[in-house]
Ligand binder design. Structure first.
Ligand code: ADP
Ligand code: MG
Length: 584
């Protein structure tokens, strides 16, 4: 499509804004143009049935965090020679022509502003060759003045070179971040695009050194493996979207992608990649939805790894709210939030052969580099060290030989891999929590008591009595408010057993009183109830009881941490023992 000035009414609808405030903004705009161009070329090739593998490549070279030089090259559709000067004109775009187009946006760009904005603050040289055309051409804007177009040999596609960024805008220049920080940020950003467009190959080099590269195979897991290492690729699970097609609200939102097993966790949230209709976005709220789905499975203070693409009808989003389009407005954000939680939970809840044993506590997790992109291949994720990976198949605990109890707190046992220490409280709590969660909403699994018990409701809870009773009923209690400050409990979830209901509830109330319930009552109650019901540290266990605990733990599918995020078990491997004793 030819490049035309937008009609004024469209211009009016496009939020004006500061498109370029830092080097990463430039990279972002150029990369989005390159992606649009690669997709346009692919669609032109076969509009009806575009293939989804190796559509093209986008290469990014930066020097000095992009401050001295940014070059983005693609093998996309290219630009007609006569159109080159129009690329840097404000509101000139080939991607939309009318207001209606804004509503069914397929491309990443649509404002026709970026190149104009970049050319206003840097020197820009665009070299391009239109697909199917014999000759290419180059066109520059130096110090804000457009030059002439002259022939230049080039393969089909486009390169945009940006130099002397902000040199003419000293105020902006002064506020730029350190080159290393900008490089790291650009790296994370490029990862996001490489994951959102796995059918396109991406490469990033800084100071001439390759930092990341994806092949463009079209396979998300392969792209993740290329970015973060094959072991991460292996620990990612395809999202199970078990949505109810009958439910119209669920039909609006689809979530696809991969979620890391709880074993893959890291110190920052940089491993959570979100895109909406394949537009990478930053959203604290949606990030939280992902994290919350992992909440009891990942150690406190650590963050999961996941790459999610949310598909909603284009009419459901407004990509135009943020000047650099980094955020989108979702018209039904609660729906999306709920969908993410449901799908991530469903994915984690099934078929995850959890690694039971990571590092022992004495060896903290591998620290995360805060600026991960220091040129090395990206060892960005915490967790096991290379070589440890093979040990991560979860052993059958029930098959271990129980040696006894240590400090009345840990069950110690032996298996083919070495010595296992199982935290009896954490393990039991994990088992109970999972059972409770499984019984939610099923209305089954209640267990009557000989006598109903009446439990005092603490002061802090009284305002929320209804919520509290509802949450308890959800978990399988038959419970009813009794006056204003008591509840009567007739049955308890079988998962918990009927022992000491009164004490357990009383203790739960005390904790809720002291700490509050937080946003998710049911979750919080389930966690507290399992914690209070579980075998305590300091409790003497018979061998048979230990055996039964290990057997139950085998049946639990959730991860190897208790609901407070502490590990349930650790392994002292034969090789560790040998090392400690100097045998190796
Ligand atoms: P937008 O992307 O919103 O259209 P830009 O200012 O980023 O606006 O780009 C202006 C126009 O320049 C685009 O509409 C497109 O026609 C052309 N263009 C920019 N970069 C490329 C590229 N890498 N390949 C092909 N065309 C490009
Ligand atoms: Mg653009």
């Amino acid at each position: 499509m030819a490049i035309r000035e937008l009609p004024p009414d469209v211009i009016a609808q496009i939020a004006a804004g500061e498109v370029v405030t830092r080097a990463a903004d430039v990279v972002k705009e150029l990369v989005e143009n390159a992606i649009d161009a690669v997709l346009a070329a692919a669609c032109a090739g076969n509009r009806e049935n575009p293939s989804f593998t190796n559509l093209g490549t986008v290469s990014v070279d930066i020097v000095d965090g992009g401050h001295s030089r940014i070059q983005v090259a693609d093998d996309g559709c290219g630009i007609a020679i006569d159109d080159l000067p129009a690329t840097v004109r404000r509101h000139a775009t080939s991607k939309i022509t009318s207001t209606e187009d804004l509503q069914r946006l397929q491309s990443l760009g649509f404002r026709g502003e970026a190149l104009a904005a970049i050319a206003a603050v840097a020197d820009v040289t665009i070299t391009s060759c239109l697909v199917g055309s014999e000759t290419g051409a180059a066109f520059s804007v130096v110090a804000g003045a457009p030059g002439t177009t002259h022939p230049q040999a080039r393969r089909p596609g486009t390169s945009v070179l940006v130099e002397r960024l902000f040199e003419r805008v000293p105020a902006r220049r002064k506020y730029q971040r350190a080159a290393s920080a900008e490089t790291a940020y650009i790296g994370t950003m490029l990862q996001a695009y490489a994951l959102a467009y796995s059918e396109i190959g991406f490469a990033l080099a800084a100071e001439g050194r390759g930092i990341l590269r994806t092949s463009g195979s079209g396979d998300l897991r392969a792209a993740a493996g290329e970015l973060f290492g094959p072991e991460v690729g292996r620990e990612l699970r395809a999202l199970r979207d078990d949505r109810d097609a009958e439910d119209a609200s669920q039909a609006l939102v689809a979530v696809t992608g991969l979620a890391g097993t709880p074993f893959l966790h890291r110190a920052t949230r940089n491993g959570i990649f979100l895109s909406v209709n394949r537009r990478p976005i930053e959203s604290r709220a949606l990030q939280y939805a992902v994290e919350d789905a992992y909440s009891t499975q990942i150690p406190v203070g650590r963050h999961p790894i996941a790459m999610l693409d949310i598909t909603v009808p284009p009419t459901e989003i407004d990509a135009n709210v943020h000047p650099t389009k980094r955020e989108v407005r979702l018209l039904r954000d609660r729906l999306v939030f709920g969908a993410i939680q449901r799908i991530v939970r469903a994915t984690l809840g099934v078929d995850i052969s959890m690694p039971l044993i990571g590092e022992t506590r004495g060896q903290p997790p591998v620290p995360m580099a805060e600026t991960p992109l220091d040129g090395a291949p990206l060892p960005m994720f915490g967790g096991p060290r290379p070589g440890q990976i093979e040990e991560r198949v979860r052993p059958r605990l029930g098959g271990l030989r129980i040696l006894g109890q240590v400090a009345l707190t840990y069950v110690i046992c032996e298996g083919s891999a070495g010595l296992y220490l199982v935290d009896q409280h954490a393990a039991h709590e994990r088992v109970l929590l999972e059972r409770l969660q499984q019984s939610v909403g099923r209305g089954e699994g209640s267990q009557g008591m000989l006598q109903a018990v009446v439990v005092q409701i603490p002061r802090a809870l009284r305002g929320a009595l209804e919520q509290y009773v509802a949450a308890l009923s959800d978990l399988g209690f038959d419970v009813e408010a009794f006056g204003e400050d008591e509840v009567v409990v007739r049955t308890v979830p079988a998962a918990l057993g009927a022992r000491n209901v009164e004490r357990v509830l009383q203790e739960t109330h005390e904790t809720l009183d002291a700490e509050g319930a937080g946003p998710d009552w049911r979750e919080r109650l389930a966690t507290l109830l399992s914690c209070k019901t579980a075998i305590k540290a300091g409790q003497r266990l018979e061998i048979a009881e230990m055996q039964s605990l290990l057997n139950q733990l085998d049946e639990a599918t959730l991860c190897a941490t208790c609901s407070h995020g502490r590990p349930t078990a650790i392994l002292l491997s034969h090789s560790q023992l040998e090392r400690e004793f100097g045998r190796r």
